[in-house]
Design a protein around this ligand. Structure first.
Ligand SMILES: Cc1cc2nc3c(=O)[nH]c(=O)nc-3n(C[C@H](O)[C@H](O)[C@H](O)COP(=O)(O)O)c2cc1C
Length: 183
């Protein structure tokens, strides 16, 4: 499948088969993460592979009520907990370089897409989970000061691939030359 088809056919997967992921396959996903672009190549990400069933259960309990990804948390062989080092991306010699200050969320977003697409390319499925109690999860995973845990990404072999949710039309978000607010 070509990369454009990969991007279109990737779905958030929330139902998984009970099947292990080979270390080699997992390493291919991490390798894709490794090659993500980042601010001045600062590579502020840190990845925790959560495989311990007790930890997965504890993290599951921190998801927001009715989070559709809740069941997935304990059904997958691995959850990637994606963390970022603070005051690194977007910083130069200790000072923020732009009005947005810390760009770690931006860089982690790109890594996330690399992870999601690599998983898809390897026949795996994943879902990005952002709605949970981040501070409690930090404690459970021993995240040190100066780092934030941003997302949890359960990965496994898909049991069910959902229909694609609707997208905006190109004309709904594309502007020519200047931002137009009139319809
Ligand atoms: C930053 C971010 C946070 C998300 N958090 C959750 C979440 O907490 N629970 C969940 O079920 N899906 C979550 N999702 C998945 C989105 O709901 C999903 O990407 C969107 O509905 C589009 O569907 P698709 O990924 O199949 O194209 C999140 C996605 C992103 C990018």
């Amino acid at each position: 499948m070509n990369p454009l088809e990969m991007m279109k056919s990737r779905r958030s997967i929330r139902q998984f088969e009970e099947r292990e992921i080979a270390d080699e396959t997992l390493n291919q996903i991490l390798e894709a993460a490794r090659w993500a672009p980042s601010w001045a190549n600062t590579q502020c990400w840190e990845v925790i592979l959560v495989k311990n069933p007790g930890l997965k259960l504890k993290l599951q309990q921190l998801l927001t009520d009715n989070n559709p990804a809740a069941r997935a948390m304990t059904r997958v062989p691995v959850i990637i907990a994606l963390c970022g080092k603070l005051e690194t991306s977007g910083f130069y010699k200790g000072s923020a370089y732009t009005k947005f200050k810390d760009w770690f969320m931006y860089d982690l977003g790109i890594v996330t897409q690399n992870i999601s697409l690599a998983a898809h390319a390897l026949g795996l499925g994943s879902v990005v989970v952002g709605a949970f109690d981040h501070d409690k999860a930090r404690g459970i995973l021993n995240i040190p000061d100066g780092y934030e845990l941003v997302s949890l990404i359960p990965i496994g072999y898909p049991h069910k691939i959902p229909a694609p949710p609707k997208r905006k039309e190109l004309a709904d978000f594309t502007h020519l030359d200047r931002f137009r607010t009139d319809p």
